[in-house]
Design a protein around this ligand. Sequence first.
Ligand code: NAI
Length: 241
Amino acid sequence: MAEDFTDKVVLVTGAASGIGLAQAKLFKDNGAIVIAVDKNDISLDVETFKGDVSQADFIENLFTKIKTKFGRIDIVCNTAGILDGYSPVTETSLDQWQNILNVNLTSQFMVIKKALPMMLVQGKGVFVNMASIAGLVADGGGVAYTASKHAVIGMTKQLDVDYAARGIRANCIAPGAINTPMNAADFAGDGKMANWVAEQTPAKRWAKPEEVAELALFLASDRSDYIHGSVVPIDGGWTAK
Ligand code: NAI
């Protein structure tokens, strides 16, 4: 039987679209109090905060409000992220590099830095950080995206090992080809790129964002209490090749 998330306070970033939206919906459907964050409008009947997660002052404000209104935080899904156009080094400016690292990595660090002290007081808390197959192998993005996702995995492992004895669990999800607006370009026109990706995937298909949300729900639940500092691929066999 699925775990009851009633009264659990769950923060989901990137909740306006794709995987984050599916996570926010699924946690809500399972009884959680969902705090949804995105730079775009969120069309979901939960507590929403609009802003840029790569900005320190937005994160500061967000947690001031979370502390005042909810007084606790049980689960964080660090999901917001952006692709980098698959650019190699020579086509990546320093500004582009820093922007990708800020949005995909530093935002997660800033959220963790604010949520962790609250969780340590509670003696319990779970982080589900969004990596990618680009956190494990090359070619899932360009140099900046791949570096950012490898770093998310390193950060998550260290976070877990540093605080596991104090009731904290941190794990990463490493999705492969998930059909979300992030990959709209692959499906444009005759969808040749999307077909190629499916063909190259052992499971021969793209996944739905809801499938990733189910994994996040499991990793956030007590049923996965012994899963620590792990990276769980959900990639149709891509990284097993
Ligand atoms: P998406 O583009 O559908 O959703 C990403 C959401 O994050 C959007 O709503 C966007 O507004 C928000 N966001 C981006 N930058 C933000 C910022 N600075 N501040 C606040 N919100 C921001 O993309 P998708 O596919 O749902 O991606 C979610 C996560 O999953 C990302 O971290 C991505 O790297 C990762 N991922 C996605 C894969 C895929 O195939 N779709 C594969 C592997 C990883």
